[in-house]
Design a binder for this molecule. Sequence first.
Ligand SMILES: Nc1nc2c([nH]c(=O)n2[C@H]2C[C@H](O)[C@@H](COP(=O)(O)OP(=O)(O)OP(=O)(O)O)O2)c(=O)[nH]1
Length: 138
Amino acid sequence: MPTASSPSDPVVVVAAALYDDGGRLLAARRSAPPDLAGRWELPGGKVEPGESPEHALARELREELGIAAVPVDRVPGEWPLKPGYVLQVWRSRVLSGTPRPLQDHDELRWLTPDEIWSVDWLDQDVPAVKEVLGRETS
Ligand SMILES: Nc1nc2c([nH]c(=O)n2[C@H]2C[C@H](O)[C@@H](COP(=O)(O)OP(=O)(O)OP(=O)(O)O)O2)c(=O)[nH]1
């Protein structure tokens, strides 16, 4: 049963590890705010009050990338972002559509395993991406 949230709970930011059929991981370059612009992240966004993480992720991917996608399973762990915010990551599957940078991003890139560290990930995303990769290769 879901538990009620309290005002002191951190805001959960849910992000997707999306893979294409060739095993490439989708990375998105932020266009805002200025202190994050130009850095790369896993696409997603904040869970709204009363919303499930899975629903939030599907909504964010629809709004930001224009795709229908579903979370498949959660990557174990939780990573601190700015104060009061934590990142959770879900391996997710595209159901329909081709991701486009509609909102919050100005470039998307599908990265092969060899290319994963060729982009400038947000510092706080690095441990999350490592965990994602650990699971992919296990
Ligand atoms: N989506 C996403 N956000 C991240 C990651 N790493 C990281 O530090 N963040 C930060 C950036 C933002 O401060 C916050 C998420 O905000 P957002 O702007 O993506 O979420 P949102 O769409 O719900 O926001 P809003 O425009 O409705 O305010 O978390 C990540 O991997 N993915």
